[in-house]
Ligand binder design. Sequence first.
Ligand SMILES: NC(=O)c1ccc[n+]([C@@H]2O[C@H](COP(=O)([O-])OP(=O)(O)OC[C@H]3O[C@@H](n4cnc5c(N)ncnc54)[C@H](OP(=O)(O)O)[C@@H]3O)[C@@H](O)[C@H]2O)c1
Length: 251
Amino acid sequence: MRTILVTGGTGTLGRPTTARLRAAGHDVRVLSRRPGPGRTVGDLTKGTGLREALDGVDTVLHLATSQSRADVAQTQNLLEALRPSGIEHLIVISIVGVDRIPLAYYRAKLELERLVEQSSIPYSLLRATQFHDLVDRVFTAQRFLPFLLAPSMRLQPIAIEDVATRLTELAGAQPTGRVADIGGPEQHSVGDLARLWRHAAGSRRPIVPLRLPGKAFRAFARGDAMTGDQTYGRKTFADYLADSRATEVDR
Ligand SMILES: NC(=O)c1ccc[n+]([C@@H]2O[C@H](COP(=O)([O-])OP(=O)(O)OC[C@H]3O[C@@H](n4cnc5c(N)ncnc54)[C@H](OP(=O)(O)O)[C@@H]3O)[C@@H](O)[C@H]2O)c1
């Protein structure tokens, strides 16, 4: 059994990960800016509460994100607090293709990966593809348009439960540096994903392909956000849509 601090444990990925870690018998506390049961209050941007949160901890899962470049400063603050703590294992989540796709957020992720690699802290680094939830949110955000925009990109979305399972496996193992990237069981064009989403939403809106300029979108179109032949987990985007829509009906 390990004593684990999960940064971002209240987030989309953090919640199922924390549940799995607890089910595996670990002693888990969650770092959050807001108090609550099982939480310890701290702020990665301000660097407050981190030493206290790390007291007695041997493993840290770093899943917090500001969804911006501030992830670099957050990670820097975490590493500074970790250095004197004698921690045994830092596990970090990143995104498949951060070294191939020139998006500002991906550059920040790559920079924080380098900080972790260059620190003297034993670590494991897992890159995952886009979560099903993110793809769903991108289409849902277009609900006021009379059509559904589908950028010419290829994606291999993954279930957060599958990412959580892999993180839990890593938490029970020794630090191994960068581990194999994980991506979901199917690779799709965004047009395919839009058709699946439209079907689940019972919508008949036309799907409009969108060709975007720039290196980043060319990289997404080439499939640089995917894991090649490697797939992980069994839950497809269609399964995710069926589950999440069934939950909505049950509510
Ligand atoms: N979304 C994707 O498709 C995808 C794909 C691959 C990898 N990832 C990576 O997976 C990780 C988790 O993403 P997610 O979608 O689960 O994130 P999320 O739902 O946006 O959750 C963000 C978490 O970060 C915490 N946080 C933010 N600022 C903080 C601060 N200043 N101090 C302490 N905690 C802070 C929040 O905690 P409180 O609000 O409770 O303080 C929250 O738990 C990220 O690193 C992301 O880049 C995401």
